[in-house]
Design a protein around this ligand. Structure first.
Ligand SMILES: [Zn+2]
Length: 364
């Protein structure tokens, strides 16, 4: 019986065969650009940050964005190799705001920002001072926490000052929103990304349209809203993300790794939740390979998913979770073109057994 045709994986997936010189000589599968988890906490993942990073690479992840940790912990991880680490450093919050009192918030992982006072001072505001310091310590994104359910939140003027200062340093602002009205506060302030799909409130279509028009990105983190249970938060988040996606919004794969129990590496349950929100296989791949907050993908490596591509969307999450990080030179060069649509075939001719037989795509 012939195998059913694989489903469309989009323009970035290519059939590939691994080099005869590597650990898995001649193994056939699919090549993808490097995968990114856009929301992790290295202070909470694995037995140590080094252990967490090593297991992320084993789990197919080439780059991570740490969205809350002491600078002293993440700064040394920036240039150590794989995976590539971008980080925010401390959570910026209102005086007395979340997550100051949380037991998991390590010393130095939360910074309270004094409100702007409205006076026309020649001195930098507390927000400007904080952002300059984060930038000089190598932070490439800014994380603000707006949790009205757990304490005071930054007022609009102070939030605007943070966004302005971050823009001046070329750093996107990522907002954690929790509690009534917090999605609107973040969107009206011009936050560049949501750290989580909003999960405590229904975001109406008008507000979603505004977020999409601004180019706001939403980092998924659906799995941690229920850990496999269909909780009200999970259901709300899936509904919000489905409408954000349908309106043309950019979805980034992110797990909030370190928050509760989940696999270190590509999490098939996060991807399965994205399927519930209406993402197709090619959308899952797009959410995983977006190099945000960078412009370019990690250099020198590619992703290899062994075996034949799946025939149905339901199988794609588990298949992607078998992804491996491999040296780029281990795969056919045509299979790892990054950041551009593949010249041959292109988006209208996604990977399939008929257009590009695996057995013809042999690495020299
Ligand atoms: Zn988080």
């Amino acid at each position: 019986m012939p195998r059913p045709a694989p489903i469309a994986l989009g323009p970035f997936a290519r059939p590939a065969r691994r080099s005869l010189n590597g650990d898995h000589p001649g193994e056939v599968g699919t090549a993808l650009p490097p995968l990114v988890d856009h929301h992790v906490h290295l202070m909470l993942a694995g037995s140590s940050p080094a252990d967490g990073l090593a297991r992320l690479v084993e789990g197919g992840v080439s780059a991570v964005v740490d969205l809350g940790a002491p600078l002293a912990l993440v700064d040394p991880l920036r240039d150590r190799g794989m995976p590539r680490v971008d980080f925010a450093g401390p959570f910026l919050t209102a005086r007395g705001g979340y997550p100051l009192d949380r037991p998991w918030a390590a010393a130095g992982s939360v910074r309270e920002i004094e409100p702007v006072d409205g006076s026309r001072s020649a001195l930098p505001s507390p927000a400007e001072t904080a952002i300059s310091e984060l930038h000089s310590f190598g932070a490439s994104v800014v994380k603000v926490v707006l949790n009205a359910d757990a304490g005071p939140v930054l007022d609009p003027a102070t939030l605007a000052a943070i966004v302005r200062a971050a823009r001046a340093h070329g750093m996107p602002v990522v907002a954690h929103v929790e509690g009534a009205g917090m999605s609107r506060l973040a969107i009206e302030a011009g936050a560049d990304a949501m750290a989580h799909t909003p999960f405590t409130e229904h975001v109406d279509d008008e507000l979603i349209a505004r977020a999409v028009a601004q180019g706001q990105r939403w980092i998924s983190t659906l799995f941690v809203q229920g850990y496999g249970e269909t909780t009200p938060d999970f259901t709300r988040a899936v509904d919000n993300l489905a409408r954000f996606r349908a309106a043309g919004g950019d979805v980034l794969y992110g797990t909030d790794l370190g928050n509760g129990e989940q696999p270190i590496g590509v999490n098939p349950d996060e991807l399965a939740a994205l399927v519930r929100a209406g993402l197709e296989a090619s959308d899952l791949i797009a959410a995983l390979i977006d190099p945000w907050p960078r412009v370019g993908a990690v250099e020198g490596v590619a992703t290899f998913v062994p075996g034949p591509p799946p025939a149905s969307l339901d199988e794609v999450p588990a298949w992607l979770a078998t992804a491996r990080v491999v040296p780029a030179e281990e795969l056919d060069a045509s299979a790892i073109a990054v950041g551009v649509a593949i010249a041959v075939g292109g988006a209208s001719d996604p990977i399939s057994a008929s257009s590009a037989p695996l057995d013809r795509d042999v690495t020299a």
